[in-house]
Structure formats: structure tokens, C-alpha cells
Design a protein around this ligand. Structure first.
Ligand code: FAD
Length: 346
């Protein structure tokens, strides 16, 4: 018997802390429960959506249909050799706790991704990344329920369509519900501290050979100094993606804005720092109607209380317009609408 709750408040399940009501809600704690839920959804012709840690969402005030809150746990070593360990992790495991666990085992590969909020099952959705590492670098495969084929499937890394803060899962309108992810981690550490802020912190604090634990500690310290803790100031991390322009556009921008921040990526493109663009337009520290721009990092929009998602989107539009007017660059919003439109219209 499924324990489906009606008219459930999601205010504590989204890090922006917006009031939202789910028409129906189910905490999914096992694959058996999920299979039962799938049969129920098909039988009732319901709309559905998948919720994990709620740290990357633009949540609607009313979420129609059934909200499946992923809580399937489990961490197991499925294979290993002298160099690598292969670990399968349930979608409902907390991401940061899993990173901590790997660091304690001296398994290297994800310590640069410490302190990213959310659950393991959502990590491939936007190919989470920080400090020079992305989930695609360590993900071997994942297990998912495919709503289109009405069966469980396994996708290997190359089938996931990973890009910058992007994957197949953002373009298939909720077709796949990820239940577990398998990672390949190194037993022979290769330390990655290419990012200046990390390197600076380590230079100051570590006087011996750098360990995985040192990198983890540096990432946690640097992040804590720049990003607001969602349990203190409601936010969803970076609100906009760093935009890419052509090298030609970048050269033109450089003529007008000699201090513009950008670095070359593939396909003759240059990635710009969205936070810098927003900061130049004077938004850092701005606030109105209970929403605002974080005073230490212009890329982070915050909810200080009493606002609605519409207030936040109004502010986002104003920021996008001012950046476009000054730099002719369109900023794209990173958090996902919840529910996804196509899905909720089923
Ligand atoms: C303070 C802060 C800092 C952050 N820093 C970073 C950062 O450095 N790098 C980065 O990449 N992100 C960052 N984020 C964004 C966010 O933490 C990540 O995107 C995270 O992976 C979202 O996980 P979640 O469990 O909260 O997902 P949710 O917000 O619950 O869901 C996000 C999307 O994934 C879908 N989804 C969730 N679970 C599943 C599943 N099991 N199967 C299929 N679809 C699913 C949802 O339907 C939704 O569309 C940050 C957020 C905050 C608040």
C-alpha cells in the first residue's frame, strides 16, 4: 500500500524556501515502492515529477499530480582492482555525505565537488561541477526507470549527453527517473587543485604533501567563504549559467570592457563569468520584495522571506535585461522549473 499524502507542503523541500503545495506526494524509499508507484501512475494517468534535495528548483506554488520524493539509499562497492574502485550509490543518498565517505576511504575523484547540496540521483541531471571537476569525469553508468518504455534501464556515461551543467535528462522532460549511479574512483590519488582559490588556500594551510583530505578541506573552506548556506539564507546556488560567446564576440567585448573575465573553451568559444557581468551592472547586494542578489557573490539570488517565485523571476528578468543591454549577452537560468511544463500537462 503506497503512503501517498495529499496537499503536502513542499516549503521545507526546496532550498529557496518558497511556499508550494504538492497535490499528491510520495516519499520513495525502495525500488519495490517505486515499481508500485509507476503502476499507480500509469493506471490513474497521473502527471508526476521527481524531487530530490530541492536545491536546484524554481518551484511552482501548486505542483499538480504526484511528486515522487527520492529517498532510495545504499552505497556498495560493485567492483575493484589495484587502481580503481567502482561504487554504486542509491539516488536518495546525500551527495556531500557520499563525498565525505569517499574521502575517508581515500578514494579520489569527487573531493572537488564537496559541499554541493542535493542528492546523488540529481547529480547527473545537471552534470554537477565545481573547481575543475564534473560528475561526467567519474560517472560510469546509472540505473533509471524509463517512463517511455515503462521499464528499468541502464545508461552508460556516453549515453547521458553530458555538457556544461547539462545532460540528456534536462532534455527528455522527466522521461528518466534515476535510481542509482555508479562511480569510478581512484585508489592512486591524482590531486586536482588547478583553481587559483583552491591553490592559494592550500599554499597557506598545507605544509606537507597534499592529500585528498586537504583538497576536501580547502574546497569546503573556499565554498563556505563565498556561498551562502541555504539553511541560513535561502538560495539555489548559481542562478545563471556562465554564458559562452564566440572568440570574435569576446574580442569585441574586450575593446569596450578591458577587464572582462573569460576563458577559452572548445569550439572557438569563450566562457564568461556571469557573476562578473551581473556585478558590473551594479546588482550585488540589491534586494526588493524579499528577494535579492547575495552581497558576496552576484551569481547567487536569495530569498530573504515573504516573497513568491514570481518576485524572484521578476528580479531575474531585470538582471538578464541589464546584462543584455550592456554586454549583448543573454543569461540562461540554471535551476529547473518544477514541475517541468510538458510533464505537468500530461
Ligand atoms: C548553495 C548551493 C551551491 C551549489 N553549488 C553548486 C555547484 O557548485 N555546482 C553545481 O553543479 N550545482 C550547484 N548547486 C546546484 C544543486 O546543488 C545541484 O544541481 C544538485 O545536483 C541538485 O540536487 P537536488 O537533489 O537538490 O536536486 P533537485 O533540486 O531536487 O532536482 C533538480 C532537477 O533534477 C531532477 N531530478 C532530481 N532527482 C532526480 C532523479 N533521481 N532522477 C531524475 N531526475 C531527477 C528534478 O526533477 C529537477 O528537475 C548548488 C546549490 C546550492 C543551493
Amino acid at each position: 500500500m503506497l503512503n501517498i499524502e495529499q496537499d503536502k507542503s513542499l516549503v521545507n523541500f526546496n532550498t529557496f524556501g518558497f511556499d508550494a503545495i504538492a497535490q499528491s506526494y510520495l516519499a520513495v524509499t525502495s525500488k519495490a515502492e517505486l515499481t508500485q508507484a509507476m503502476a499507480y501512475i500509469a493506471q490513474q494517468g497521473l502527471a508526476y515529477q521527481v524531487l530530490s534535495g530541492g536545491s536546484n528548483l524554481l518551484i511552482s506554488k501548486y505542483v499538480a499530480g504526484l511528486t515522487l520524493h527520492m529517498q532510495i539509499k545504499g552505497v556498495s562497492v560493485v567492483d575493484e582492482n589495484d587502481e580503481h574502485v567502482f561504487v554504486e550509490v542509491g539516488a536518495g543518498e546525500n551527495w556531500h555525505e557520499f563525498v565525505e565517505f569517499c574521502v575517508s576511504k581515500e578514494w579520489q575523484g569527487i573531493e572537488n565537488l564537496a559541499l554541493i547540496p542535493g542528492l546523488v540521483g540529481a547529480s547527473p541531471v545537471q552534470n554537477i561541477g565545481a573547481y575543475g571537476v564534473e560528475i561526467k569525469d567519474v560517472l560510469v553508468s546509472l540505473k533509471a526507470y524509463d517512463f517511455e518504455q515503462s521499464r528499468y534501464v541502464e545508461l552508460v556515461n556516453q549515453q547521458c549527453g553530458f555538457g556544461y551543467r547539462d545532460s540528456l535528462f534536462k532534455h527528455t522532460q522527466g522521461r528518466y527517473l534515476i535510481t542509482a549511479v555508479t562511480f569510478k574512483l581512484n585508489k592512486q590519488p591524482t590531486i586536482n587543485v588547478k583553481y587559483k582559490a583552491l591553490q592559494d588556500y592550500i599554499d597557506k594551510t598545507v605544509k606537507k604533501e597534499i592529500s585528498i583530505q586537504d583538497v576536501f578541506d580547502a574546497v569546503c573552506a573556499v565554498r563556505a567563504s563565498k556561498l551562502p548556506d541555504p539553511s541560513v539564507i535561502a538560495n539555489a546556488g548559481s542562478f545563471f549559467k556562465n554564458p559562452c560567446v564566440t572568440q570574435q564576440q569576446f574580442d569585441q567585448l574586450l575593446l569596450e570592457e578591458p577587464n572582462i573575465v573569460g576563458y577559452s573553451v572548445a569550439n572557438n568559444e569563450v566562457k564568461l563569468a556571469a557573476g562578473w557581468l551581473i556585478d558590473q551592472c551594479g546588482w550585488k547586494g540589491f534586494s526588493e520584495k524579499g528577494v535579492g542578489v547575495y552581497e558576496k557573490q552576484a551569481l547567487v539570488l536569495i530569498h530573504t522571506g515573504g516573497a513568491t517565485i514570481d518576485d524572484l523571476l521578476d528580479l531575474a528578468r531585470k538582471i538578464q535585461q541589464s546584462v543584455f543591454d550592456r554586454f549583448a549577452v543573454q543569461l540562461e537560468i540554471e535551476p529547473q522549473p518544477f514541475p517541468l511544463l510538458a510533464n505537468s500537462q500530461i
